[in-house]
Design a protein around this ligand. Sequence first.
Ligand code: TEU
Length: 568
Amino acid sequence: MTAASGTRDRSTDWWRDAVVYQVYPRSFADSDGDGLGDIPGLISRLDHLQELGVDAVWISPFYSSPLHDGGYDVADYRSIDSRLGSLADVDALIEQAHARDIRIIMDIVPNHTSSEHPWFVEALASEPGSAAWDRYIVREGRGPDRETPPNNWRSVFHGRGWSHVRDTEGNPTGYWYLHLFDTTQPDLNWDNPEVRAEFRDILRFWFDRGIDGFRIDVAHGLVKEEGLPDFDYSAEDEGARADMFDEDLAHSPFWDQDGVHEIYRDWRRVADEYEPPRIFCGETWVPNPVRLARYQRPDELHTSFNFDYLMAGWDADRMRRSIDETIAQHAAVGAPPTWVLSNHDVVRHRTRLAPGFDNETRLTCEVDDERGLARARAATLFTMALPGSMYLYQGEELGLPEVRDLSPDDRQDPAWHRSGGTDGTRDGCRVPIPWSGTTPSYGFGPADASWLPQPADWADLTVDSELGVEGSTLEFYRSALRTRRAEDSLGEGLLAWLDAPEGVLAFTRPGTESGVTVVLNLTDAPVHLPNSWGTSVLVESGDEVAVLDDDGREHLVIGGETAVWLRA
Ligand code: TEU
């Protein structure tokens, strides 16, 4: 077991059990009324994050960008999109966050640049085979007219993964460039030393300004298999792949290649030059916890997102298996696990965990929204007590549901357009945050404007309407995070399962004197808890905790779809 939180050096080890809050900056707070959230808006809302009790903020990209993929298409890694702010604003953000003891994690996008990045503009103006093109992945087409792409790779956002390199007149040249995402996101060639040097320099540029770390976008994708062989998509085509977790993808020629690890060893050396050392969190969609833990070896990334757990759904056995595997694999490399339930790419967990939710028909299926909220709160409370660090996504502390009825015209996810409206539904979790008031934009900005429309019925989900209201989701998050911080046994450490009835998960966190028992009832029926688990409630996700008199002895009963932390 690693040292109890109290004995660690918090200045360097803070990330091992941090609660990190993700800000999607365009949707967080708008200071100037243009309908787009911005950095001054974020600064003006730092008090909310401090009072919520988070340790760090991870901010999705705010670099100069044509915003074809919400800023994950970066045109200049050292400047800020003028609609979102300036370098001076970022400096102020770092200073003001640090003054509140909140760390800043930026988002770096190394798999691809924007097609408006000067490197790609330079490549387009030069001949294939030039040094400018060698920064990207460009190949001759197949067939007599070179009209067939170099291989069969597809874009994650649908359609083919290659586009024509065109001459200045717009005619195809017979060469193609790779883009695993949108056509406006050409993949970089990480075999090129200039690419490696440039990113080391970008890391230093931001570390020197005082940021505490980076989340690495598509961290598993940078290196492609030698020779760029075709990929057998049959498992996917048969529908076997609901997500990126099909075992076959372990052998994909574009994800999770062994060569990526050398890049992160190099980056780790850069991060370790700083005092305190800067940290990394990888966005690693890999098939299982075994592959995931490889990224957390001691000289690589500090942490990575654990998407296996996010995909486990509302299923006691699958959750428990995922937790056990994750803890075991991370222990083997000496890294703390991380846990996440929502982010800007997935359906918000209030909706995703709701009875009736079906991923295939996610926009139209009937869901039980109230039970969805109960389950989301229960899952969150349970997850916050797991060993390691936790990621929260903006708005989950308000209980926001997925917005599923955005009109096709409002949708901006590039995958929506590339799939002909059958996929790419990520806008529904990116609807701007409601802060106050009873009509859109609910205090998001000084004007009514918001880049995605907010639902008419969000008046009860604003920060102002939940603040100070007993039982509100916001007050629930605040009290859970306060308790998590105060309890020595939470955060990093051990987990011991307790024998529990079918559909109930219960564990303690041994190793400290005053322990906590954590119980999640996934069934829809109340469950009686043995007194040996503890009788005094620290935090509960629902209001159905009751003390019953049974055989002359008092004990606790928690409602269906509820979680509780007890003093063990
Ligand atoms: O996501 C990487 C990624 O693989 C996602 O496409 C993911 O598979 C999908 O969204 C799951 O629904 C990152 C960013 O988080 C995402 O917002 C970007 O669009 C993408 O990279 C490209 O930069």
